[in-house]
Write a protein that binds this ligand. Structure first.
Ligand code: HEM
Length: 184
């Protein structure tokens, strides 16, 4: 179960429906994205800090919260620039972000509502700044792709760890999951 980030990006791009027009639109608004990124980071971390479990993770005494504000701004801006036109560099970066969250123990229950917060706050700002509905849709699509990377990293890492530890085949593992789900 080793994921090829580039292939995974292509699959998601098709499933989510991110079009070349979306990419052009995002790139044309990259300066606006960078301008609003610090404010979005503020909303984002205020939201995380209101949750007791996530607040503990953020304040681990190593200055995480400060590093994170900077990396959030960078991440947010990259959604507009696409880094290398949403190619290998973009996909690898999204995969790495996913793996970092898995290592820290941040799962779907944390990440999905966090991304919903980003989408909600950007949506409000788009309206205030008179931006188009097309831009809102394009941003929603790229946010979903980024979210899918973090979610998939969680599945891939968990599955690989079980397979490595037990020596089970992938087929057996899938059958066990299916049986377990039926029994729930
Ligand atoms: C929309 C979802 C999220 C996005 C886009 C996001 C983005 C990022 C990025 C870009 C990094 C830096 C990765 C690197 O160092 O290369 C990061 C790391 C991290 N994120 Fe998130 N994040 C999300 C959700 C969360 C949530 C829900 C938490 C919960 C507390 C969280 C906590 C952290 C922590 C603790 C780190 C590592 C910081 C460090 O020690 O340097 N993130 N995140």
């Amino acid at each position: 179960m080793t994921l090829d980030p580039h292939k995974f990006f292509s699959i998601l791009e098709r499933r989510v429906g991110l079009t070349p027009e979306d990419k052009e639109l995002l790139k044309s608004q990259a300066d606006w994205g960078l301008e609003i990124a610090p404010k979005m980071a503020e909303y984002f971390y205020d939201y995380l800090e209101r949750d007791p479990e996530m607040s503990v993770i953020l304040h681990d005494g190593s200055g995480r919260i400060h590093r994170l504000r900077e990396t959030f701004i960078q991440w947010f801006h990259e959604m507009f620039t696409g880094m290398d036109n949403w190619g290998d560099v973009y996909a690898e970066r999204r995969w790495k972000i996913g793996l970092i969250h898995v290592r820290i123990g941040i799962g779907p229950q944390h990440v999905v509502p966090a991304m919903a917060t980003v989408i909600y706050e950007v949506g409000k700002r788009l309206t205030n700044d008179g931006k188009s509905a097309d831009l809102k849709d394009a941003l929603g699509r790229i946010c979903m792709i980024d979210l899918a990377f973090i979610e998939q990293a969680y599945i891939e890492v968990s599955s690989s760890a079980v397979l490595k530890e037990t020596g089970w085949s992938e087929g057996l593992f899938k059958r066990l999951i299916s049986t377990g789900a039926k029994a729930m």
